[in-house]
Write a protein that binds this ligand. Structure first.
Ligand code: NDP
Length: 497
């Protein structure tokens, strides 16, 4: 059991292992004052961190990466005990997070550093430069489902861009957040550049109101709206990484076995608690029966359980009721369970459930289920598949299996990312941005966009020549006005349809 004494706090909260119920930690319930203290300390640290410059920061971020890599067994253990996923999956999550941290560290200067820009005919007398400056302090609010990968997608990029970070982890995984911050302090002992505040939704709300330069939020769409409302008070900008209802399309020319394997992993891994998890599958009628058999063959051996099982428990007790509700409603509306079903839920463990004949208006099709469940729908052609995939408010990601039409199908899907002939690859490629549209949020983590997300663009010009045309002065002459008028005609007046 861990007790983390960040600051004197009148109250604490407990963290329990979702698989066993065992108490695994007690953490302070940080309130507004304590959050403000952390943000105040971060403000001074941010100035030091910014002035270090890209190369010195990179050296320290590399040291942090080494701390995480060497401590991965301990970190994986904390992930496992707090949110329940198998140790090997926790290790995989850490590996993915380190890839992105490396990329952010290596590329921050290239993406954000000052560069000369071109000017125009009317501004030829100026040199122009652009750089991307850190906000100062960034607040990061994270979920529990990927308690390392997801928050680090913001934290690593905000730090590499030159910000200090105050991180509020989920109340289900505070120990993971504390572990990461302690590892950072070992690598960067000079100033509190990365701090963690622990607590519940009110702690996150206090961070939104604390005057930080930006909030990087990852969590549900419902909470995102509350975060935006709180941030609106100070006009604090927000990055919103929210929920999804991702689909898989299996085309007639797909490698059906590979598609079935991807469906099973995409839907069931992490007990289905993945923002980019596959929750709906649309299969071309020509390969439907073949896919169905391959899917059931691949899904049947997957069991939910503790330690040795392929998937762990449902982390949040209240989510079990959401999953039960989606399954029950679908069955009541005429769906059939090809695997699992109503009886698949026991305590916090949900066995894999595959539903077919689910009506389009059922919650299992329209709302995020966040459990190891899948709906399977036969479609007459790809047009119908795309129409159904896009018929949701969410737009986070999608998967397409097709030997010949993958890019064409991907282009028609309304989502922030699509992986063709593999599940979730677009979230793992470090150069690519990750994020959603619609109810899945806005803004991007990862890649160059992810670095720019935690900065503001700063434009600077310097007069380098005496002005050939004095434009911005009350001493502007009629001759200059006439030249401008002629230039408008030459430069723009000839544009036609
Ligand atoms: P929640 O929305 O419940 O919580 C997310 C974070 O917000 C938690 O730290 C939570 O604290 C905090 N919070 C809660 N209320 C407030 C508030 N009023 N003001 C500020 N912060 C608040 O999401 P979950 O933790 O349950 O995570 C699951 C969700 O995250 C799913 O919808 C999933 O799809 C999404 N997600 C999206 C990803 C993406 O990249 N788009 C990646 C991973 C997950 P506390 O836990 O203490 O309540």
């Amino acid at each position: 059991m861990t007790v983390h004494p960040f600051a004197p706090s009148p109250s604490t909260f407990e963290v329990h292992n979702p698989a066993t119920g065992e108490l695994v930690g007690v953490y302070p319930l940080h309130r507004g004052d304590e959050v403000d203290v952390a943000v105040y300390a971060a403000t001074e640290a941010a100035s030091w961190w910014d002035q270090l410059g890209f190369a010195q920061r990179a050296r320290r971020l590399d040291a942090w990466r080494g701390e995480i890599a060497r401590g991965r067994a301990a970190l994986a253990h904390v992930i496992h005990t707090e949110m329940g996923k198998p140790i090997s999956d926790a290790n995989l999550e850490i590996a993915m997070a380190l890839e992105h941290l490396t990329w952010a560290t290596r590329n921050a200067e290239k993406v954000l550093g000052r560069r000369q820009m071109g000017s125009s005919l009317l501004t030829l007398d100026h040199s122009a430069s652009l750089e991307y400056r850190p906000f100062g302090v960034v607040g990061v609010i994270g979920p529990w489902n990927y308690p390392v990968f997801t928050p680090l997608s913001s934290v690593s990029f905000a730090l590499a861009a030159g910000n200090a970070v105050v991180f509020k982890p989920s109340e289900y995984t505070p120990g993971v957040g504390v572990w990461l911050a302690e590892a950072f302090t070992r690598a960067v002992p000079e100033h509190p550049v990365l701090q963690v505040v622990t607590g519940d939704g009110a702690t996150g709300e206090a961070l939104c109101r604390s005057g930080v330069g930006k909030i990087g939020f990852t969590g549900s769409t419902a909470t995102a709206k509350k975060v935006m409302a709180a941030c609106a008070e100070n006009l604090t900008p927000v990055l919103m990484e929210c929920g999804g209802k991702d689909a898989l399309i299996v085309d007639a020319d797909a490698d059906v076995d590979a598609a079935a394997d991807a469906a099973v992993w995409g839907a069931l891994s992490n007990a289905g608690q993945t923002c980019l998890g596959i929750e709906r599958v649309y299969v071309h009628t020509r390969v439907y029966e073949q896919f169905l058999q391959a899917l059931l063959t691949a899904a049947r051996p997957v069991r939910a359980g503790d330690d040795e099982a392929e998937i762990g428990p449902i982390t949040m007790p209240k989510q079990v009721e959401v999953i039960r509700g989606h399954i029950s409603e679908a069955l009541a509306l005429g769906a059939r369970a090809l695997l699992g079903g109503r009886d698949s839920i026991e305590g916090q463990f949900v066995q894999p459930t595959i539903l077919t004949d689910v009506p389009d208006h059922a919650a299992a099709i329209t709302e995020e289920t966040f459990g190891p469940t899948l709906t399977l729908t036969r479609v007459r052609d790809i047009d119908e598949a795309i129409e159904k995939v896009n018929a949701t408010d969410y737009g986070l990601g999608a998967t397409v299996f097709s030997r010949h039409h993958g890019p064409a199908i991907a282009q028609r899907i309304r989502a922030g990312g699509v992986s063709i002939n593999a599940f979730v690859a677009h979230a793992l490629v470090p150069t690519l941005p990750l994020g959603g549209v619609g109810a899945s949020g806005f803004g991007r983590v990862h890649g160059a966009d992810g670095l720019k997300e935690f900065t503001y663009a700063k434009a600077v010009t310097r007069r380098r020549l005496p002005s050939p045309l004095a434009l911005t002065t009350f001493r502007r002459t009629e001759r200059v006005d006439a030249i401008v008028d002629t230039l408008i005609g030459i430069l723009h007046g000839r544009s036609r349809r």
